[in-house]
Design a protein around this ligand. Sequence first.
Ligand code: NAP
Length: 258
Amino acid sequence: MNAPPRALLTGASSGIGAALARELCRRGAHVWLGARRADRLATLVDELRAAGGVAHAVTLDVADAASCARIVTGLDDDCGGFDVVIANAGTGGRTTDLWKMQVDDAAELVATNLTGALATLLPLLPRMRGRGRGHVVGISSQAADIKQPQGAVYGATKAGLSYFLDSVAPELAEHGIATTIVHPGFVKSEMTAKNKFPMPFLVETDAAARRIADAIEARQRWLRFPWQIAVAITVASWIPGSVRASITRKSVPPPPSS
Ligand SMILES: NC(=O)c1ccc[n+]([C@@H]2O[C@H](COP(=O)([O-])OP(=O)(O)OC[C@H]3O[C@@H](n4cnc5c(N)ncnc54)[C@H](OP(=O)(O)O)[C@@H]3O)[C@@H](O)[C@H]2O)c1
């Protein structure tokens, strides 16, 4: 019988991460759950253990890249090597408004969504290569494919994460390491609860977690959901940039982050 997969998941204290922690545990994975809010993690770990799961809380700040890298490699040593690492921690930032955004706001988005994801994933790659197996997962966003001024920095951080994972995937595959790049549309979470604009095809958190867990289990390279948003983005990409800009200015709400 195969040993249960050991999964490291960041951003597990709320939203998609907490739902995915429940889903992975329900499917038999042993989970290490990272985030800054230790109290929220402790409550979730208690809940998962009460349901018979194997879960551990890991207080970490992915925006502190050096400390994050130390923590994930230490955990990798302690647990005997992660089978799956999921970079999910993310922030929508304080504003999506191009004209209000300060450099500090942009730096926080980059530090969490891009550098933070790299600080979670990169230190584990050579270890997975040494073991000849592993799986890296990035929770990016459909915002990575939407080019509009509102949410442009958030979209850039997510495009950066997707670009990185898509670039390394073939090399990783040669060493037995799978890659899954997830582009959700709007999903119910603390992040989107703040949104005051309509969120078309809003997905329930648990449904999003099931879709992501299915893609991880299938070692699927790409997951874009809901399909309606993915199709709309693809069609929009066929429209010339100047026309698209005038349409999005008039009708498209900011991307999921705001
Ligand atoms: N909801 C959507 O519509 C949507 C759409 C596309 C992509 N996404 C992406 O999905 C991921 C999860 O977001 P969500 O919607 O579930 O929002 P959420 O409920 O706000 O969850 C964000 C999670 O990230 C953690 N986090 C934030 N900054 C962190 C840091 N510096 N270090 C460690 N953990 C940190 C938060 O925990 P602490 O505050 O406790 O640290 C929390 O657990 C994000 O990457 C987001 O960009 C969301």
